[in-house]
Design a protein around this ligand. Sequence first.
Ligand code: F6R
Length: 611
Amino acid sequence: MCGIVGFVGNTPCSSLLLDGLRRLEYRGYDSAGIAIADDTGQVRICRAEGKLTRLEEAFRAEPFDGTVGLGHTRWATHGRPTESNAHPHRVGRVIVAHNGIIENYLELKEALQRQGRHFSSETDTEVVAHLIDEALATGADSLKEATWRALDRIEGSYALVVMETENPDELLVARHASPMVIAHGDGCAFAASDVPAVLSHTRDFVFLEDGDTALLRADEISIFDADHRPVDRPIKRISWDPISAEKQGYKHFMLKEIYEQPARIVDTLRGRVSVDRGEVHLPELGLDADTVAALDKIVFVACGTSYFAAQIGKYLIEEVARVPVETELASEFRYRNPILSENTLAIAISQSGETADTLAAIREAKERGARTVCICNVIESTIARESDGVLYTHAGPEIGVASTKAFTTQVAAVSMLALLLGRLNGRLESDRAQELIEALREIPAHMETLLQDVDVYERIARQYSQATSFLYLGRGNQFPIAAEGALKLKEISYIHAEGYAAGEMKHGPIALIDRELPVVVLCPKNAVYEKTFSNVEEVKARGGRIIAIGTDGDHRLQNLADVMIPLPDAPDFVQPLLSVVAVQLIAYYIADFKGTDVDQPRNLAKSVTVE
Ligand code: F6R
């Protein structure tokens, strides 16, 4: 949930650490800190509550520098977001920054307190610093040895970077159930919880495995496995352009990411679909005709926006491949007693690949014998590593907390999966597959068209941003888009919103309709158009304000609506990829009009690695 960056080299590193933290702010931003050692072992720590700018101000007031250091940006789990709870934590000679949760920290803390140790924060992390310091004080002959001893006593998850004042030319890094990468530079080494932190310095990364520790020096890196044996881990080249992690002139990352969607969908489809043959190639999933023929069902597990992508997957797969599909919120699935068999395909959808509930759900599915695959955006993330097969979306790093391009690439991925399953089990004819693949390939161009005209969204923002509540309605594969539209709006504008199946409106929400309630209706020309249109008429008859998202040229809908957002005409199968752009932009322009923190909405974090 937090971000870590570490550096050891021969050049001053304060700017590198602060820059790395800036690129990691999406991982947490309620407090931050850096620690830097100079070559005499003198360590200075600067920490601040609040966003990174507060840390930068504090640092500028009393600057310092050195060639070894670490930084941390926090999203609180144990202890309030205060300066004293901000990382790094120092105990004696030991300085620690940590991501994750130490589950047995209270027990350990009480034991350490009984030995007379004093704690200066409410965090679980400080326990780690004490344990390492204690190990050093009781005979451990190196930081590495001391850290191993400490880790033996810890239960929970961690990505750790540790410095010791006696050895100011090295950093110790450890990982268990929380991501951590390391990299070698020219006369230096880096550690980070996420690639973008140091992507402007290197492209070649080592992804540590669970249980690994690594000792970083300017001229060498040594990695040890969970049994403390020296081990080599492969170096992976990351092709993301560092500039793609910047805002590129857009007012917010979210807006930039909305505009990036056509390109990211092209990337996601690239090399995987063939219109000529009506085929989809996803060998990374390890699915063949026999496996698919034997499937009893598919179960999607996911959270939040990714869950809505799963719901679209259900509509598409059942439509074209006729395989039964269940979708389940990962947080529910993991504590039920789900019925799965070895012929069940469990699919996790997760942008980050680190969401705690989704990870637990996929582990549960695996334990019960199901085949597991995931749709994921982060290479080598934990969910990706633990699934039997991985379909990577190529959304690139998503910085805005509210998911946009990650969602549309997930929908592109489930669309390809539906086509693959249908072709493998023979339920989808080649001609039909060709049409649907062609429709998918046309989506980026349609999105570009849709993104050209934003006047309508600015108008909606001016007219409706004072509303206290919104209702979103959709049927069929537009129902998940209604839910996603409502989620986007509440996340970034803090306006209450509900996404409802349009047919359910008269079973309750219709009571809400009056002149004050904007109702966003997803009503493109599709198989359920007439049904949805009747719902629009019902809203109108009760004086509701209608924002209709429909097919370009649909004058009947336009005449009924207060505002109409026209979508390019496209087959039902791909329509969610267009209508979602409209609901993203409604949310974005309303939030921007209200002046909320669009990229980092209150109380939210980009990657939810705790329950
Ligand atoms: C909403 C949003 C969240 C995530 C959810 C799952 O805009 O981003 O609802 O979709 O936390 O995250 P991942 O996909 O990383 O598992």
